[in-house]
Design a protein around this ligand. Structure first.
Ligand code: NAP
Length: 342
């Protein structure tokens, strides 16, 4: 597995297996064991996923030495009175390890005082509980807040990264580059799985697939082309799957040639013609599904009136919270209307 050198001198496997999204709050032990058997060593967890104990069970039973695995977890919103160190120690107990390789602040808007939180992050690194510390979902403003006082420069910022946010992410990525912060990406297959009707479609990817198939002498999938696009941009890619054959498909990119600069540009250019960020619009769609459910269950006139007034209040409250959150998450992104959970 190719490794990416971080600004603290450590190395992280360039392709990681995520235990969030489809795996949240699930017993993921056997799926993670399949991922490790397939060849994944970089395992991306989070307190928010509420499944760290299953990641811990997989780590304990996979038969691989701890040092062969690269374990990430992320700091969730802290309950009143709990310290960053206390939260990480709880994660370490669930993960059944003495340290994590990477510890990230998961969502900046969960923390009122980012500088104070970062000082605590520096403390857990100093104590040897996390080898590398970094960020996730930080925008340029929040990143600058950290950089103003940081003794340890964050090693990574893990953000949504795919062709439909490529253009919007440019400013942030330029700041990463200026400070030696690695960009880690999640939802890298969104053009294929979440926004399949966009310009980075099968027709656009077909000639690239055919060229790669000819050179590799083996079938190449659209997901593999997208993962190669991330590799071309130097992004540490966090993907996932519930299926052993798909895990293998992802790992098989290690045997595929690089995209040419013209192929990378084709995807960059097509992706930049639209802007779609999944983890911001997610809650909106959940809110409208609830609204439609309420309306369709209201059969009589009186019930329908009650349902409409409840629904209007609900949507108003959600929209206010979501818009505040969205603009805090991505203030430079004027297409945001809602914020979603990950
Ligand atoms: N830091 C954060 O805030 C944050 C946010 C989101 C995610 N993450 C991390 O990143 C990880 C990956 O996120 P993601 O799930 O959004 O990543 P992704 O790589 O965009 O998508 C992975 C999903 O794509 C599906 N898939 C792959 N190829 C497909 C195809 N040809 N047709 C249909 N479906 C296909 C897989 O489904 P199958 O299971 O069917 O294979 C899998 O569920 C998460 O698990 C989490 O660890 C972090």
């Amino acid at each position: 597995m190719p490794m990416v050198l971080l600004n603290d001198g450590t190395r992280v496997p360039a392709l990681g297996y995520g235990t969030g999204t489809i795996h949240r709050e699930h017993d993921t032990t056997s799926t993670i064991l399949s991922a490790i058997s397939a060849g994944f060593t970089h395992l991306d967890g989070a307190q928010l996923y509420k499944n760290e104990e299953f990641l811990g069970a997989a780590i304990a039973t996979c038969g691989r030495p701890r040092a062969d695995l690269y374990i990430t977890t992320k700091l969730n919103k802290l309950p009143e009175g709990q310290s960053v160190r206390g939260a990480l120690e709880e994660s370490l107990r669930k993960l059944r390890v003495d340290y994590v390789d990477m510890f990230l602040i998961h969502v900046p808007i969960f923390f009122a005082d980012l500088k104070a939180t970062w000082r605590e992050m520096e403390g857990v690194k100093e104590a040897g509980l996390a080898r590398t510390i970094g960020l996730s979902n930080f925008n340029a403003t929040q990143l600058h807040t950290i950089l103003e006082d940081a003794k340890v420069i964050p090693a990574v910022n893990q953000v949504e990264y795919h062709p439909y946010v490529y253009d919007t992410n440019k400013t942030l990525v330029a700041i990463h580059e200026r400070h030696g912060i690695a960009t880690a990406g999640y939802s890298g297959l969104a053009t294929l799985t979440r926004f399949p009707d966009g310009p980075v479609d099968s027709a656009l990817l077909a000639p690239i697939r055919r060229r790669l198939e000819k050179e590799a002498g083996a079938p190449v999938t659209e997901a593999q082309v997208l993962l190669l696009w991330h590799r071309a941009h130097g992004v540490i890619e966090i993907t996932t799957s519930s299926k052993a054959e798909r895990m293998q498909e992802y790992l098989d990119i290690l045997r595929l040639p690089d995209l040419t600069s013209a192929e990378v540009k084709t995807i960059d250019d097509a992706g930049s013609t639209v802007h779609r960020r999944f983890f911001v619009s997610n809650l909106c769609s959940k809110a409208s599904t609830r609204l439609m459910g309420l309306l369709s269950s209201a059969r009589t006139g009186w019930m329908r009136e009650q349902a409409i007034s409840v629904a209007v209040g609900f949507v108003w409250a959600i929209s206010r919270t979501a818009m505040t959150k969205a603009s805090a998450l991505y203030p430079d992104d004027d297409t945001n209307t809602c914020a979603g959970a990950r």
